[in-house]
Design a protein around this ligand. Sequence first.
Ligand SMILES: Cc1ncc(COP(=O)(O)O)c(C=O)c1O
Length: 451
Amino acid sequence: MHIEPFGLERWFAKYEHEANLMLAESGIRSLNASRFDLDPGKVGYVIPTNGDPKFRAQLCQRYDCEEDEVLFTCGTQEANFLTFLSVLGSEAGDHAVVVTPTYQALHAVPEAFGDIDRVWLDPPDWQLDPDAVRERVTNDTAVIVVNNPNNPTGRYHPKNVIEDLYDIAAGHGAYLLCDEVYRLLTENPHPPVASLGDRGISTTSLTKAYGLAGLRFGWLVGPREIIDRAWRWKDYMTISPSLFGQHVAKQARGRHEMAILRENRELAARNRGIVADFLSTHGLSWHDPVGVNGFVSVPDGFDTAKGFCRQVVEQESVVLAPGKLFGYENYFRIGFGLNTADLREGLARVGSVIGGHWNGSSWIRRRCDWGRSQSRRKPDRRTESHRGCDHRDCSRRPDRVPVRYPVHRPDDDGRRCRIPRLVSRESAHHRPASPARPWRRRFWRPRRGHA
Ligand SMILES: Cc1ncc(COP(=O)(O)O)c(C=O)c1O
């Protein structure tokens, strides 16, 4: 069995840890644990392992189903995974039709277990035509997969389209799996797919709409035979959901819910407006998204979104997600669920790349961060020369601009630091003809290729 590497996770692994700002996160900013009671009592498994029956009973009211049609999981990721394990290879068949672009797990996992066909949507509206799905469905189709609202486009397919998909699935003895992890970021969410009938499966979690990714708490709602099979698989996977997750989830879905959702929806709406203004200023386009993700056209002058995103992160230390990871080279995904001040700062930096502005001091500061991250990654000569260098000048002297030649200063242990020191505007423009300052005489040596 072969599974593709998770492109987005690999991209994040490469850049996220070291970058200053994350504008590629698909969820809302995380809430502080301090707003919840964090003591669940004895830290054991959740018993029974499919989740607290009272909590499941409470939750299933919103899905118009029974308590044993709900299984608590470790996030939506596990809920989707268990669904594929339960559905593919069953009497329903082993073929999946997946509406694309979408979150990679929703096509890579069924592709590993079975056979898939993808229905590709087109920009700028990413409209879903149910007939395009109908054409791909075969007698062997076990599941139609859709993510609504969608990651990465932010498209919220209308209720009647989802109902049509449900009818197509039911008509072929297949299931409709809808990943609804962004659903509660909308003011007027459609009814969950699991409430449409016994061929509907809904998955979701507290990750995106609530800002509680670290709880790793989600659920799967569907017909009893699927839930039973999923639970059987879960016994071999994670046994039970997280006890802390369930403890906090009860509060987040209980007395805190209205406040959390209101706060998060307000943040999403405010930030969406800020990004929309930014895009129109720079002549970029997107489909006005629901949720906190947008899929944006690549700016003129860049061949691919990947080149653009790489330049943004290497030059400005801001992470975006190239659309190639979703199968669309000329788009990038922007996540705007972070706090508003960081979003503004991130957009300003992205704007400076688009505008081709060379904002000297900020450029070199981030370049230094970038250099440091690289030195950590590759233990080469740079690692040595960075030891002890705290880059004070870089962060504390915004009034200074970098010179175009390197000026090095010593580390604590006397080694030369290879990161250029910032030199005042005045001295940048009036570079002394000879090394009059003692530090310069001692530490600065011209390197090949430098003026
Ligand atoms: C559509 C979609 N489903 C599932 C997930 C994973 O969510 P969770 O943290 O609930 O496992 C993501 C995360 O980005 C997502 O975008």
